[in-house]
Design a binder for this molecule. Structure first.
Ligand code: DGJ
Length: 650
């Protein structure tokens, strides 16, 4: 009874189909409105997206019908659909009519709206869901597809969001790259027809294109001026953004999982839930859009986004695979000497039959390598504790080297095609996460390590291969589910890990920044932006990420890359979550003193960087310099970083 009453209180508005004609559904934040209308044909239309309109719901008059909110394929839509369904009788069309809309107020800041649509002839229901974050001016959109047909239906397109714009011109900024060159910005005017930004890589899916974009309306937006949306898909796999300008110069933007090679056969009664498309609208330029996403990210998008982070010394670049207990003990002492919180042991600590002494063997065999670590991880945790630092460790649980015991014992756990040679990326293959046994294996790896060594304070979770030879023994005749189910299965494992270890800090890494998105960041406290730590290059890479992700989530390490002095390297790393990966013993006395002071300095100012507002003042894309400023919320403290970059090309 009590529960019923509570539910009734939270549901603050239901609009039913019988109130349909001209009914408006308003999804609003402090400064933005997204308004839908139910047309006389009982279809749902996007009537408005932009700055907040004056007036209460109902009193706002929006001229015209707008654009079909979630376009289907097969009836009268002539452009790219948001959804395409083939019914169990072979009918390849879908018609969606408005049924009802329901709004729940979660708390003072968050409101969720569900708009239910239904095919009048077939028992297929599509619910468009919107979460409005009032103060952050962020909207999150996802879709649920459900049917009660007798047999499975095939869903070939299943967008998370479809948005429409009517402007004179459209300017798209995309963020592309490669290993060590992540997040390069490119801005271009959209022309008529279709532009697609996507990934088909399966895992490490964002190494060439990150699932983020900015779209400016009418004219290019600057940091402080211009109308735009900044959007991103919370999905750690194949994604697709479609930008289509029609004959009337209207633009539709369709965002979601990449439907490429991914037709989904949906069982009756089983919901297909898309990932979230997250976006913000700004009419004060890109800077405000980024600040909106930062405040949202810290509060809602990233695990423990509002909690402190650990500074660290990592051994990857100082030792690579070549270390033993004595070396690591020395590095722990260095960690203490620098004054950072944690020593992070990277790749190379495991495997015995095929020891992990290079990237060509051992991946998948998660037993301590007896030659390097005769006393096991437990001993290292104790050593770290005795030295007065925390201990973190690297894993890459989704992947396997063919030269490993795991591969020998479970070839059926590996994604690879029958009757074809194997293709490797970094000498490795991807495990079939759709197989529950593999999910258990990964969960158990993490759980066993933490159960045996509760002192482990941090994981770096790497993922270095794309899906090559994508074929799952487990999925049998449902191979087209692989790309979707891989990511959903990864999230299942992470859900289990987070149920038991809700706050253990974990770094999301994928051969540099090959997997950076808000779907994964629900489980991770931070991400490794790039293996490129040359500070000049890093200014550009971090600039790119800063458009969508808050500084607290971006791990930056001071290393020996580049020709810049230590001060330059340190400053660049400070613009995020600072760490080290250097030979401490190679520092001069002055450099060591400088570094120790820098760590203290960072601890003093980091709150402004982590939780302040970012103002990008001079872009390295416009000049041979970059200037960025972080300002705390009360505007009493600001930190300004200014770099000269004209040494970039000699
Ligand atoms: C790729 C990561 O980006 C690096 O930081 C390092 O962890 C290596 N993998 C280890 O193999």
């Amino acid at each position: 009874m009590k529960k019923l009453f509570f539910t009734a209180l939270l549901i603050c508005g239901i609009i039913h189909a019988n109130a349909q004609n001209d009914a408006q559904i308003r999804i609003g934040t402090k400064n933005t409105d997204l308004i839908f209308k139910v047309g006389k044909d009982n279809r749902l239309y996007q009537a408005y997206l932009g700055s907040k309109l004056a007036g209460e719901q109902g009193s706002i008059k929006i001229p015209g019908q707008g654009h079909i909110a979630y376009a289907t394929f097969g009836t009268d839509n002539l452009f790219e659909p948001a959804i395409r369904v083939t019914h169990n009788d072979g009918n390849p069309s879908l018609e969606l009519q408005y049924v009802s809309s329901q709004t729940e107020k979660k708390d003072d800041n968050v409101t969720i709206t569900h708009i239910k649509l239904k095919d009048p002839m077939y028992p297929v229901e599509v619910t468009l869901n919107f979460k409005a974050y009032f103060n952050e001016n962020v909207l999150e959109q996802w879709v649920e597809i459900l049917h009660q047909e007798k047999k499975p239906v095939t869903v070939s397109n299943y967008a998370s969001a479809m948005l429409h714009f009517d402007a004179a011109k459209y300017w798209l900024t995309q963020y592309h790259g490669d290993w060590a060159e992540e997040m390069k910005m490119q801005e271009s005017e959209l022309t008529s027809g279709i532009k697609i930004i996507d990934s088909k890589l399966g895992a490490r899916a964002h190494i060439y294109q990150t699932p983020v974009f900015m779209l400016a309306l009418n004219a290019k937006a600057s940091e402080n001026n211009g109308e735009l949306i900044a959007g991103t898909l919370g999905w750690s796999g194949n994604f697709q953004f479609v930008f289509e300008i029609d004959e009337k110069n209207s633009l539709r933007v369709i965002s979601g999982i990449n439907p490429f090679a991914s037709e989904y056969n949906l069982e009756p009664g089983k919901a297909f839930v898309t990932p979230s498309f997250i976006f913000t609208y700004s009419n004060e330029g890109k800077g405000l859009a980024s600040r909106n996403l930062h405040s949202w990210g810290v509060k809602y998008g990233i695990l423990d986004g509002d909690k402190p982070r650990l500074t660290l010394l990592n051994n990857w670049e100082t030792t690579y695979f070549d270390f033993d207990e004595a070396k690591l003990k020395g590095l722990m002492t260095d960690t203490k000497t620098l004054g950072v919180d944690m020593f992070l042991l990277d790749d190379g600590w495991f495997a015995n039959k095929y020891p992990r002494n290079g990237d060509n063997a051992g991946l998948g065999d998660w037993q301590e390598n007896k030659a390097k670590l005769p006393n096991g991880i437990g001993h290292l945790v104790k050593e770290a504790d005795a030295t007065g630092v925390k201990f973190g460790i690297w894993i890459e649980p989704e992947m396997v080297n063919p030269k490993s015991e795991l591969y020998e014992q479970h070839p059926e756990w590996v994604l690879k095609l029958p009757n074809r040679p194997e293709h490797y990326y970094r000498n490795q293959l991807v495990l079939d996460l759709t197989n529950p046994q593999v999910q258990d294996f990964i969960y158990k790896l993490v759980d066993d390590m933490l159960t045996k060594n509760p002192g482990i304070a941090f994981f770096k979770w790497d993922c270095n291969s794309m899906i090559t030879n994508g074929y799952s023994v487990f999925l049998k005749n449902q191979q087209s589910h692989l790309y979707v189910d891989y990511v959903k299965s990864l999230y299942k494992v992470l859900d289990r890990i987070r149920a038991k270890y809700p706050h253990l800090p974990m770094m999301l890494c994928s051969g540099g920044g090959g997997r950076v998105d808000y779907g994964a960041l629900r489980y991770f406290t931070e991400f490794w932006a790039s293996d490129n730590t040359d500070p000049v290059e890093r200014v550009y890479i971090q600039w790119g990420y800063s458009n969508f992700f808050p500084a607290i989530s971006v791990c930056n390490h001071i290393t020996s890359w580049g020709k810049q002095p230590l001060k330059f390297r340190t400053d660049v790393a400070m613009m995020g979550k600072m760490g080290y990966d250097i030979h401490v013993s190679g520092l001069t006395a002055n450099e060591l003193k400088f570094t120790q002071d820098a760590v203290k300095n960072y601890n003093r100012i980091r709150d402004v960087i982590w939780h302040g507002d970012l103002f990008r003042l001079v872009s390295p894309y416009d000049e041979n310099r970059a200037v960025l400023m972080y300002v705390n919320s009360s505007k009493s403290n600001a930190i300004l970083f200014s770099y000269t970059l004209n040494t970039r090309f000699g």
